[in-house]
Design a protein around this ligand. Structure first.
Ligand code: GRF
Length: 217
């Protein structure tokens, strides 16, 4: 039987996001649904709304500015994460490519939440309303969200879990986003809990989810 090893979690947020996924994780931890401790909320700018909300909530924040650091960004980020004691990273609205050295150091301990059913509507520039508008314009009848391991490209890593919603007649990017967002919150916490329980393994690019042994009565 696999045992739960609480995650020391660094949550990476973007410059524009509200931080709703961050706070969904925080709530999942506080309510005992996710075995983790947020050791750092990582951003690139101190004035990002998600960073300001994190600070107001008393969460530890870490600003590593790629513009100021240039080529040293990856190594500065890695040493800041080590200092914070992070062993797992959740990307929650972080739009930059994760530096290679972070991916090499963390391996299958970095996950991202994306607001579509990957591999549809992913890739560079596909975030927020761009994703939902593309889904509506394409005419898909279902959309949803995906949690996946992070590799060196955008949105291409092995898929851990997905949830679907219908796309309804008259949907706008806003209404579709609002239908998907609560599922993102649940899926990200559930996927990280699977990681904490040691239940995820990779078979090529297929993520296997182990079902715990049920002891005989
Ligand atoms: C979410 O839609 C997430 O899927 C995407 O960026 C958005 C961030 O929203 N990667 P929030 O800042 O967590 O509210």
């Amino acid at each position: 039987m696999s045992s739960v090893r609480p995650l020391s979690l660094a949550v990476f947020v973007g410059t524009r996001g509200r931080g709703s996924n961050l706070f969904a994780l925080h709530e999942a931890i506080q309510s005992g649904r996710l075995a983790a401790n947020i050791v750092a909320v990582v951003g690139t700018r101190a004035d990002a709304p998600a960073i300001e909300r994190a600070q107001a909530a008393g969460l530890p924040t870490l600003i590593v500015d790629p513009k100021a650091l240039g080529d040293d960004y990856g190594s500065a980020l890695l040493s800041a994460l080590k200092d914070a004691g992070a062993d797992t990273i959740a990307l929650a609205g972080f739009l930059r490519r994760v530096p290679s050295r972070i991916i090499q150091a963390f391996g299958q301990r970095i996950v991202n939440i994306h607001p579509s059913l990957l591999p549809l509507f992913g890739g560079k520039g596909m975030y927020g309303e761009h994703v939902h508008r593309a889904a509506i314009e394409y005419g898909v009848k279902v959309s949803g969200c995906t949690v996946h391991f992070v590799d060196e490209a955008y949105d291409t890593g092995p898929i851990i879990a997905q949830r679907t919603v219908p796309v309804l007649e008259g949907d706008t990017a806003e209404t579709l986003a609002a239908r998907i967002l609560p599922l993102e919150h649940a899926l990200l916490a559930e996927s990280l809990q699977l990681l904490a329980e040691g239940r995820l393994t990779l078979d090529g690019r297929v993520v296997r989810i182990h079902v715990p042994d049920v002891s005989p009565m």
